[in-house]
Design a protein around this ligand. Structure first.
Ligand SMILES: [Zn+2]
Length: 256
């Protein structure tokens, strides 16, 4: 998962599970008296936040919604407060997740803004909500050379690191290992042990067959690591699931 570190790691990366997903969000415009949960926005100094907040708008992130498509113009930069967005590479009807962004990052990387087109398709995997800025406003802010530029550069570096890790993971590690990693990562970044996702969607994100996902989930359930029901997977034994994951999960935690 792409991660931009806010000023205080302990304050923001380990926020309690009881936080409301609507914290810091008003009906449409951003309420700039309250900082949103998004780590990029939390990392901004007060002056920068107060200047940008009136231009921020609120959006619900709906499962399956495409925020932008690879190769097409990026019109909005999203800062999720809750939920998870998959950045997906597609070719000849097949697809695979190359990175995922939750409240730790932003959708609309610097590369997207400077090239004026998205490098990957962004699809909401886990529903939630976000604040967004028009891409032109975000790019102008970058060119001002202020604090948002610094967090955008850090985010771009983190995104590059994650896509590199994903390339290796997708090539070298088994479906079971990658599935464990994916479930654990999603659980971490949504602060929720129950993940609303179908076998088909997991297979699409992992770039593998649905039957392979179903077999691996069945094996985890038999071992008591997870419970599955229609459209849901619940993590029951996180540490044991970690034992089944490839080392990429712990590497991402260590560097994130
Ligand atoms: Zn891996």
């Amino acid at each position: 998962m792409v991660n931009v570190k806010p000023p205080s790691r302990t304050q923001f990366l380990h926020s309690p599970r009881s936080h409301s997903h609507r914290e810091g969000v008003s009906a449409n415009r951003s309420n700039h008296s309250q900082r949103p949960r998004n780590h990029v926005l939390q990392a901004l100094p007060t002056n920068d936040w107060e200047r940008l907040a009136p231009q921020m708008r609120h959006a619900l992130l709906i499962s399956g919604q495409t925020l932008h498509r690879a190769g097409q113009p990026t019109e909005r930069v999203y800062f999720p407060n809750a939920g998870l967005v998959s950045l997906v590479a597609e070719s000849e009807g097949a697809s695979i997740e190359v990175a995922a962004v939750g409240r730790n990052g932003m959708i609309g990387a610097l590369s997207d803004l400077s090239s004026k087109s998205a490098f990957a398709t962004a699809v909401v995997g886990i529903p939630g909500n976000a604040l967004w800025l028009p891409a032109g406003v975000a790019y102008e802010e970058f060119q001002r050379g202020g604090a948002l530029r610094d967090v955008m550069l850090r985010h771009t570096a983190a995104l590059l690191a994650e896509t590199t890790r994903s390339a290796l993971c997708n090539r070298l590690h088994s479906v079971e290992e990658r599935l464990s990693r994916w479930l654990l990562s999603v659980g971490d970044y949504t602060d929720c042990e129950t993940i609303d996702v179908t076998h088909e969607n997991i297979a699409r994100l992992l770039g593998t067959r649905r039957s392979g996902v179903t077999v691996a989930l069945g094996s985890f359930a038999e071992s008591g690591l997870i419970d599955t029901s229609r459209g849901h997977v619940t993590i029951r034994a996180k540490s044991q699931l970690e034992d089944r994951a490839c080392g990429c999960y712990r590497k991402a935690l260590a560097t994130g």
